[in-house]
Every structure is written in C-alpha cells, then in structure tokens.
Design a protein around this ligand. Structure first.
Ligand SMILES: NC(=O)c1ccc[n+]([C@@H]2O[C@H](COP(=O)([O-])OP(=O)(O)OC[C@H]3O[C@@H](n4cnc5c(N)ncnc54)[C@H](O)[C@@H]3O)[C@@H](O)[C@H]2O)c1
Length: 349
C-alpha cells in the first residue's frame, strides 16, 4: 500500500528555499501544495518555477484557507516566532529553519507553544544530515574509535557568501549564529551536552558588521572536550566552501574527515580510508551537493517524523540547547570568560 501524502506549505521563497522545494518535489510521501512570501515577485517566480498553484502573501490567510499537515518555514530568523505561532495550532508539524530564534525567550515560547498544542517542532539543522557526518556517527556508534574524548569541527573558507545572502554582512551577530549553530549541533550530536564554554571572536573582513570568525572550546558534561572554529575570511586552494573538516578521537582510534570527503580511520597503527562524497541530486551541482544531499536527507527524515516513523532530529527542545551555546559564546567572547552552561542565563532577552 502506498504511504499517504502529507500536504504542506512553504513560507519564504528566498535563496535557500530553492533547496527545500527541490527536495520536497522528489519525495513520495510529502509534498508542497502552497507557497507564501510577503514579496510578490519572489512568490510568483518561485510558484511558476516549481509549478505550485496556491500562492499567498500572508501566512495567516494561507493557514485559514488551506488544510495542511505541515508548514516548512524558510524565512530569516526575525519572522520565525510569529510564523510558528500562526501555524502551530493548525498543523501537526512545523519545520523551522535555523537559527530558530535570536533569543532564548523567543525559542522557549515557540517550544512551549508547540508542546502545549502537541505540534511537532523540527528545526531544519542539516549539517548532522550530511553524508560524511552520518557515516562518522555510525562509525563512532559502532565502536570503531572506542570512547570519544576529543573532537574538532572546523568550517573555514573565503567564499563570497554575501552575494546570495546579503543580510549576512549586515547582522550584528553573524558567524556564530550562522555557522556556529551547525558546529555546536555537531559537537552535541557526537560528544553530548556541554558544561563549560569559552569563545573568542574576530572580525577579519571590515566590510561586514558582525564577527566573521570564532574559535570555541567546549567541555562536555562527560568531561570530554571539543573545538568548533569557523572563518569566512580564510585563504585555501581549492576553495573548500561549503565543506566542514572534522576530527573525532577516541581511546582506541581516530576519525578524520578532510575537505575532499575522505574519512580516515586511524586504529592499531593502520589507516583505513572511506569516501563520504554524496551523490549530486538530479537538480543539484558540485560543490553544493554536500548541502543539497543534506537537505534531502533532513526532509526525508522530517517526512518520517510526520508519518510517525521517527523522532525529530533535532527537535525544538533539543535545538534550544544548541541556541544557548551560541548565545553564551557571544557572552564569553564579550567578557573574556568561560561560561558555565549549567547555570547560564540569557543576558539580553
Ligand atoms: N541550513 C542551511 O544550511 C542554511 C543555509 C542558508 C540559509 N539558511 C537559513 O535559511 C533562512 C532563509 O535564508 P535565505 O538566505 O533563504 O533568506 P532570503 O532573505 O533569501 O529569503 C527569505 C524569504 O522569506 C520571505 N519572508 C520574510 N518574512 C516573511 C513572512 N513573514 N512571511 C512570508 N515570507 C517572508 C522574504 O520575503 C524572502 O523571500 C535563514 O534563517 C538562514 O539562516 C540555512
């Protein structure tokens, strides 16, 4: 018997939504039947491109008119809370792009609202869905390196992101809120929750407003450590964007992910190599296939959640802990202090 289709709407027809819409259009058990954007030109162009007839300039109107199973919110962060609150009472599942909020107060309100209604809140956090990280996690869980004690997740490049995402150059809180969230999610995914955090930031490109580089040291609850570092102003040839390099060391071996998708397992004095390069989706192209595959995998997972076959990864509740790390990282950098996450409170709600 065929799985019934879940019917959804996508809100926010901008740069990244293109990946969402391509990924949804290839799925057998979930589809986008309506689009919403406050920008009519973008809305029309996207609707025509993806052959979607139902188009709305207001999420409120759309949610009143349509009978939907889910919404996929792909707008920038400033609109997330209001959109989640509009949609959550009317759908079983809300998917919201990262960063899901700018403050803990907003994030907590969204989480509480969805919990009270019994609505699934899934955060579109796609790095842990990249093929390389899925393979590395399987290897760690299979005991290939023993018990992990150190990890590093490193995202350094010199790609001009400001062409496709001009808002990145204008926001006060940039690298940590943009890429730091992804790296902190990976650190928690591999090493568990965090007890202590310290972070230093840099603004290497004076044409951008916020920090475009940071280095964070995390001490996890179990005592193991990790480093997350990112730069938008580094010189490498070939340009590594949008790939992440990583290292997870355990008491019996080490896993190393290079920027060419190679995973090296060092164990018992020998090296075992595997390749984690994802396929290029039919609608995709290199070098963006890292991201494109992760969006497909994430959305397939979201559909599995909608069909009751999986638990959200990550849920709003889980991603709240990652957001706390990002906000605490700013506090650490501003004050030059190590932050104890067990007693940390937001200082600028
Ligand atoms: N997961 C990833 O790897 C990844 C990569 C890039 C961007 N993102 C995230 O995706 C989100 C969107 O980024 P983008 O670069 O596509 O932004 P964008 O500015 O290109 O697109 C956002 C769209 O949302 C629309 N919009 C804003 N408020 C709205 C509202 N209230 N109702 C309906 N439409 C509204 C805007 O008109 C615009 O068309 C951001 O949160 C960003 O951080 C994630």
């Amino acid at each position: 018997m065929n799985t019934p289709m879940k019917r959804g709407a996508l809100i926010g027809c901008g740069f990244f939504a293109e990946n969402h819409l391509h990924a949804w259009s290839g799925m057998q058990d979930a589809e986008i039947i309506a689009l919403c954007d406050i920008d009519e030109t973008r809305l029309e162009a996207t609707a025509i491109r993806f052959g979607i007839e139902k188009r709305y300039l207001s999420a409120q109107e759309m949610i009143a008119d349509e009978s939907l199973d889910f919404v996929d919110i792909a707008t920038t962060v400033g609109s997330h809370r209001v959109l989640v609150e509009i949609c959550a009472p009317h759908v079983a599942t809300v998917i919201c792009q990262k960063p899901f909020a700018e403050t803990i107060a907003d994030a907590q309100a969204m989480v509480d609202h969805c919990l009270a209604l019994g609505t699934n809140l899934i955060i579109h956090e796609n790095f842990r869905w990249q093929r390389a990280f899925q393979q590395m996690k399987e290897m760690v869980d299979a005991g290939k390196i023993g018990t992990p004690h150190f990890a590093r997740f490193s995202f350094r490049h010199g790609y001009d992101n400001y062409v496709n995402q001009p808002y990145l150059a204008e926001i006060e809180r940039f690298a940590i809120m943009d890429v730091g969230l992804h790296l902190f999610d990976l650190a928690r995914h591999f090493m568990g929750d965090v007890a202590l955090l310290s972070c230093a930031t840099q603004r290497l490109n004076c044409a951008v407003r916020g920090e475009d580089s940071f280095t964070a040291l995390l001490q996890h609850d179990s005592g193991v450590t990790s480093i997350c570092d990112c730069s938008f102003s580094s010189h490498y040839a070939p340009e590594p964007f949008p790939r992440t390099a990583a290292l997870v060391e355990g008491d019996q071996g080490t896993l190393e992910l290079d920027r060419e998708f190679g995973i090296t397992l060092h164990r018992d004095g020998v090296r075992e190599l595997s390749n984690a390069e994802p396929d290029v989706p039919i609608w995709g192209q290199k070098p963006w296939h890292t991201t494109q595959q992760s969006v497909v995998s994430f959305q397939q997972h979201a559909a599995a959640v909608m069909h009751g076959k999986a638990q959200p990864q990550p849920s709003g509740v889980d991603n709240l802990q990652t957001l706390k790390l990002a906000l605490a990282a700013y506090q650490s950098a501003e004050r030059g202090e190590t932050i104890d996450m067990r007693s940390w409170r937001e200082d600028r709600p």
